[in-house]
Design a protein around this ligand. Structure first.
Ligand code: S0N
Length: 279
């Protein structure tokens, strides 16, 4: 039960997409499997993030998991890839094609030019832990638990799961997390810098919406550039390309860029002398 008037958007099978007051909320909806993801869940999340990206009314995106309504300690944000449909070359969906399409989703979350907040309502484990890490901000319920299980269950995410985790918590802690496969409390995650704030379970959504509303007051272009800048170093050339692409977008809005376009269309030589050459 939510205190906010979320409006159902596009209908999906394994996620829920809702919007309210400039905020989009994407909820992984497989509580019977602790919100483990299948190729369909991932495809649907990809589609929902694209919806939120294209919607000019949306300024902040929240990612969370559906509660099943039992003990708070048993709720899950996401428990990673669904191990029950794991084939020999990835996760096997209804089309029988094994996929690791969560990697495409991870990239999309990095390039969506709007802040994404993980509302970590419970277990964030394995690939689910990486999803929260890739969100710009993470707010956690006091009952949430965090960890990687790869070496225990015969898998690993050596991409963002290793390098970006290490960028956040440091090399020693990242290695501890992967080598020992322990679970960490929300308080420990806060201490490691993996989450921004921990609140009582029942206050999580109100706190997350409050953070989203605070962000929504500010310049969307400034936020877009800050996100791209934070990602530039950790994403290498792809990160630089994103930041550069954002600069191009801004340039397109200037009279200087329009002069080049208009001159081409009017079959004349462009006159750039009118534009200042700032120091
Ligand atoms: C989340 C945990 C700790 C919760 O424990 P709890 O509360 O005791 O509940 P359970 O009784 O264990 O679970 C309740 C029901 O939910 C099912 N379930 C839970 N998690 C999963 C899951 N991930 N897949 C399928 N089913 C799941 C349980 O089986 C149970 O149902 P019943 O009773 O009907 O059997 C605990 O559940 C737990 O530890 N879960 C597993 C966590 C895990 O190991 N996740 C997978 C880690 N790996 C990945 O996520 C791979 C990520 C990935 O896709 C990837 C990305 C990049 C590069 C490579 C990969 C790659 O695949 O390798």
């Amino acid at each position: 039960m939510s205190d906010f008037e979320w409006k159902r958007g596009k209908e999906y099978r394994e996620i829920v997409y809702e919007t309210f007051d400039g905020i989009a909320k994407i909820t992984i909806n497989r509580p019977e499997r602790r919100n483990a993801f299948t190729p369909l869940t991932v495809n649907e999340m990809y589609d929902a993030f694209s919806e939120a990206r294209d919607d000019a009314e949306i300024g902040v995106i929240i990612l969370t998991g559906a509660n099943h309504g039992g003990r708070h300690e048993d709720e899950a944000f996401c428990s990673g890839g669904d191990q029950k449909i794991r084939g020999n070359g990835g996760y096997v969906g209804e089309d029988n094609i094994p996929r690791l399409n969560v990697l495409d989703l991870q990239r999309l979350m990095r390039i969506v030019p709007k802040p994404i907040i993980a509302m970590v309502n419970g277990y964030a484990i394995g690939g689910g832990h990486i999803l929260h890490l890739l969100c710009d901000l993470s707010l956690a319920a006091d009952t949430a638990k965090f960890g990687q299980t790869g070496p225990k269950v015969g898998s690993f995410d050596a991409g963002y799961g290793a390098s970006y985790l290490a960028a956040i918590v440091g090399q020693k802690k990242a290695r501890e997390i992967w080598y020992l496969c322990r679970q960490y409390t929300a308080a420990e995650a806060l201490e490691m810098g993996m989450v921004n704030k921990v609140v009582p379970f029942d206050e999580l959504e109100a706190e997350t919406v409050a953070w989203a509303r605070e962000i929504l007051q500010w310049s969307p272009t400034a936020l877009r550039f800050m996100k791209a800048s934070f990602n530039a170093a950790t994403d290498g050339y792809a990160g630089l390309a994103q930041l550069a692409g954002d600069a191009t977008l801004l340039y397109y809005t200037t009279d200087e860029a329009k002069e080049g376009r208009d001159a081409f269309k009017e079959k004349r030589k462009p006159d750039f002398t009118q534009f200042p050459k700032f120091p």
